[in-house]
Design a protein around this ligand. Structure first.
Ligand code: XMP
Length: 520
């Protein structure tokens, strides 16, 4: 649990796919919140967490199942506002004396319209300005009788208890999901809920920066911290923040595996040395990496070689500088949320993500992870707060194995050079057309085939390449970006004219799934 001294809201997770979105909506309102699985929340937890308000998430279970997920009864005795969503609504009714009915073939999924009752409710301020509100329903069971003390404030054709509340106790329960986009006015409900719970919106990046610095100092003391800097947003923001906290007790190591994009290493190293005066080891290990990758074309083998070498190299440089007590990582909140899994019972899957997996144990170091409470866009906001240039903050993600996984088949220096040039032209085109920020990720992959072409009067026999550009929210699913034909044509012409070694350009229109974003 965090040591944040902000007003805190607790989200009890019953396993909904969209619980994280509740946290997003609240963070947008500058409310500090944490998600915890229902089976971690007991009386002692509640006392320690001391929430100012509680939200019950939705979830796939039925209150009729044996051992159905339930919150501890004491949550209703805290005297703080509670909002139950979907399954959270059913839990609330079940616990407080209402009735839930099994959905025998009456499940309701998708868009629905809620209309108001005559009585007014503070939670609904700004709602029903038109006579109905679109909401997103996704439930099998439904509430058939509300608990004593509750009244109905909104109904839909299939959900007579779409919005209910016990205003005496500040308990609110809705059948739909206000956190998803398909409930267009949903953010307003959260805004009203936190306002009536007395939150002041004190979760700002300025405040966070001060607190994070204090926490880093408390944790590290006079110890030494080492950070693997990749040039990506997360590790860059973490490094700058830690440097602000402990100055030269931090050393960063930038492992250059020879698989970076055109000019990237100079740009990363230059920025951190010149603008931040940050102690930085530029480990140019391209000979080592490219040597070990020679003749390797299997994607998994490539990844394993790169991952293993990365750890070796990092460890060697760490030893050369005299070792360190702590390893800094840019781990984000989505990586540490413990989400509830209902496959085979209410077990807990902990998603842990180590950018430099295996290192902390092998080198006997503790972790410093100052971004563990933040979502990606909050990390970007913190980066701005710390003065990182916009060109850095808005960068598309770049995978750890770098260009190796954009060069299917055998990797050669010659192919990498061609790929770097083609990628630079493509990104230049995207920037010139003002499309960079609309795209999650864009890159060129050089294909392991050569094709015949004609340029001027001569025959060419050069590589084909594929352009990739996708939109995505989190990289888990993705759609190809719908460039205009003019853009694609112009880009193909530029690449073929400006990049010797490529004579054919294709555009990859595969979504994810079934494809992946990267080619390997
Ligand atoms: P895929 O290709 O799996 O990629 O659809 C999803 C996202 O993850 C990035 N990616 C990686 N990032 N190390 C990383 O740090 C890796 O090994 C790695 N592999 C893929 C990819 O660029 C995309 O953003």
């Amino acid at each position: 649990m965090s040591t944040s001294d902000h007003d805190r809201l607790l989200i009890i997770d019953f396993g909904s796919q969209v619980t994280q979105l509740i946290a997003r909506r609240l963070r947008e309102l500058k409310v500090y919140c944490e998600i915890h699985p229902f089976n971690h929340v007991d009386d002692a937890f509640l006392t320690k967490f001391a929430p100012k308000a509680v939200i019950f998430s939705g979830g796939p279970a039925s209150v009729f199942t044996d051992g159905a997920p339930m919150p501890p009864k004491s949550v209703f005795e805290l005297g703080v506002p509670i909002l139950g969503i979907c399954y959270g609504q059913q839990v609330m009714m079940q616990c407080l004396g209402g009735k839930v009915e099994r959905g025998h073939g009456t499940a309701e999924f998708g868009r629905a319209y809620v209309t108001p009752e005559a009585r007014k409710l503070a939670l609904l301020q700004g709602w029903f300005e038109a006579d109905r509100e679109q909401v997103w329903m996704s439930h099998g069971d439904h509430v058939s009788e509300i608990a004593p003390g509750f009244e109905v404030y909104g109904t839909s054709p299939n959900a007579p208890f779409a919005i209910t509340a016990d205003t005496e106790r500040d308990f609110y329960a809705v059948q739909f999901h206000p956190e998803v986009h398909h409930t267009p006015n949903g953010a307003k409900l959260y805004e009203n809920f936190v306002r009536l719970a007395g939150f002041t919106g004190d979760w700002t990046m300025g405040a966070y920066r001060e607190e994070a610095i204090k926490r880093i100092r408390d944790q590290v003391g006079s110890g030494r911290v080492i950070c693997a800097l990749s040039g990506g947003v997360d590790s860059s923001v973490a490094a700058v923040l830690i440097h602000e906290a402990i100055g030269d007790q931090l050393t960063c190591v930038y492992v250059d595996h020879g698989l970076m994009r055109k000019g990237e290493s100079a740009q990363v190293v230059g920025m951190f040395r010149e603008h931040y005066n940050l102690p930085l080891i530029h480990a140019d290990e391209s000979e080592l990496f490219l040597g070990k990758l020679e003749g390797v074309s299997d994607p998994e083998t490539k990844r394993k070689i790169i991952g293993g070498l990365f750890i070796d190299v990092f460890e060697r440089h760490a030893q050369e500088m005299g070792g360190a007590d702590f390893l800094a990582q840019g781990t984000l909140y989505p990586d540490v949320i413990e989400s509830v899994s209902f496959s085979g019972g209410p077990s807990v899957t902990i998603k842990s993500h180590h950018n430099v997996g295996g290192l902390p144990d092998r080198m006997n170091m503790q972790l410093v992870e100052p971004l563990r409470e933040l979502f990606k866009d909050e990390v970007r906001a913190l980066g701005r707060e710390l003065g990182l240039p916009e060109s850095f903050i808005g960068r598309h993600p770049f995978p750890g194995p770098g260009l190796a996984i954009r060069c299917p088949g055998e990797i050669t220096r010659a192919k990498l050079d061609i790929l770097r040039e083609a990628d630079a032209v493509y990104i230049d085109q995207i920037r010139k057309h003002g499309l960079y920020d609309e795209i999650w990720q864009a890159f060129v992959a050089i294909l392991p085939v050569r094709t015949v072409g004609v340029m001027g009067d001569g025959r060419t026999y050069d590589y084909a390449c594929a352009l990739r550009a996708v939109t995505s929210v989190d990289g888990m699913t993705a759609d190809y970006y719908p460039f205009s034909h003019e853009f694609l044509g112009e880009t193909a012409t530029r690449i073929i004219n400006e990049v010797p070694g490529i004579n054919r350009v294709t555009y990859d229109i595969t979504s994810k799934p079934p494809g992946t974003i990267e080619w390997e």
